[in-house]
Design a protein around this ligand. Structure first.
Ligand SMILES: *Cc1c(COP(=O)(O)O)cnc(C)c1O
Length: 420
């Protein structure tokens, strides 16, 4: 009798182990990658679990969400902020705010995430890709004018890896000169400053992300900001027209908080992540779905953030400066590593303070293709943002975007919050 029970338990445990190991293989977690969700702590887990135990009717009150908007706007030094369920959905709000129409064209750096061009395609807008520079991986100002056509209405100015892009003010001045509106992609550089003002406040509108690999973490989430009354009004109109994310989604997303915490962050995760996988693993959310990779608009696309996620955002905002200061410290370690190993360090443009979400380095192409050397050297897998012009979707190399091609082949990035 006792032995039967024992066998059953052992069997159950073996099956769970198998499930966990298959999961890790599918999601490539078999190589240590404990560098995402590093800003999650016990307090975030508690908030998520409290909301999971609260009736869903309380999830859709506006109060906490509005508190989040005010807190982010104040922290960011912006007039107003509006929250969405992702950065890409916040970008769609920016597109609406600037009144970009089907048939218009926008200039986008040829080294970005597929969800950026997708947001424009979903609105019927043409995307013109422009080459980048290799100092900060921002748009190359010398290539910009050649990309402007009579259809061009706006440009996306992207700050990558936590840095401020090269020629920041000059690009905005050039855009103004040609009558182009400026959307700032601040998803990597939330909190970085230029002349003591946070980036995002120089363009017409800007968007931010709290996806789990970004600066602060609500698993998924985003914000759009503006300082100009006409765009704020349009952002508000757009925001008010959207539904909240539904309770099934929110529940899943909340379950991802303990799941990520115990999988990536918790100090004795090697034991706990088996348990977390069993308890929460079925709710695992991927940020970019297959249909988005194929350029199709998900049915749920365009959602307001609900109170539980805003609560997580509020809590993360309390810690964002602390974690960014830790990132900045680790970046000095990577700078030393670069000097020792004869790699160029990225450029910090004058008057800027980067926060170094990741530390980008150009390595030999074979070293990006096969990262075994780095896993041996660091005991973690470095990041590969980006592996194509529109990561992670493979496209033909854009022949007039030589620097972007170089970055795709050679740029790896080292994490700046590490749990070894
Ligand atoms: C992650 C990312 C986005 C989109 O943010 P989500 O919150 O994931 O939608 C946009 N631009 C860049 C450069 C990104 O890396």
């Amino acid at each position: 009798m006792a032995s039967t029970i024992y066998r059953k338990i052992a069997n159950f445990y073996r099956k769970q182990k198998e499930r966990v190991s298959n999961f890790r293989k599918t999601h490539q977690l078999h190589i240590p990658d404990y560098t995402v969700s590093m800003t999650l702590d016990e307090d975030d887990v508690q908030i998520a679990e409290q909301w999971l135990n609260t009736p869903t009717t309380a999830w859709f009150s506006h109060e906490m969400v509005e508190q989040y908007h005010r807190a982010f706007a104040e922290w960011n030094g912006s007039a107003r902020a509006f929250s969405f369920m992702s950065g890409r959905e916040a970008l769609s709000a920016c597109i609406f705010a600037l009144d970009l129409q089907a048939g218009d064209a926008v200039i986008v750096p040829a080294y970005t995430c597929v969800v950026v061009p997708n947001a424009f395609y979903f609105a019927g807008i043409e995307v013109i890709f422009c080459d980048i520079e290799l100092d900060t991986y921002g748009i190359d100002i010398t290539k910009l004018v050649g990309k402007i056509t009579s259809q061009t209405k706006a440009i996306v100015l992207q700050h990558l890896y936590g840095m401020v892009c090269r020629d920041y003010e000059e690009i905005i001045a050039l855009a103004k000169q040609y009558g182009l509106l400026v959307i700032e992609d601040c998803t990597h550089s939330t909190g970085a400053t230029y002349k003591n003002i946070k980036i995002g406040n120089y363009g017409d509108v800007a968007f931010y992300s709290s996806e789990c690999s970004k600066v602060f973490n609500t698993i998924q989430g985003g914000l759009a900001i503006s300082n100009q009354p006409k765009y704020i009004e349009k952002l508000a109109t757009y925001y008010d027209s959207l539904p909240f994310a539904d309770s099934t989604w929110i529940k899943k997303q909340l379950s991802n908080v303990p799941y990520h915490y115990y999988t990536y962050k918790y100090p004795i995760k090697l034991f706990y992540n088996d348990w977390a996988q069993w308890r929460y693993g079925d709710d695992f959310l991927v940020s970019t779905t297959q249909e988005e990779k194929e350029g199709r608009r998900p049915a749920y696309y365009g959602r307001k953030m609900a109170a539980p996620i805003a609560n997580l955002g509020l809590n993360q905002l309390l810690k964002i400066d602390f974690y960014n200061s830790q990132r900045i410290t680790q970046a000095t370690v990577w700078a030393d590593w670069c000097h020792t190993h004869h790699y160029l360090t990225p450029t910090i443009i004058p008057n800027s303070s980067p926060i170094f979400l990741r530390y980008p380095i150009l390595v030999e192409p074979e070293k990006k293709r096969n990262l075994d050397w780095a896993i041996r050297e660091f005991n973690f897998r470095p990041g590969v943002w980006f592996t194509s012009h529109i990561h992670p979707v493979e496209v033909q190399p854009m022949v007039d975007c030589k620097n972007a091609i170089t970055a795709v082949k050679q740029c790896i990035n080292l994490p700046t919050l590490i749990n070894k």
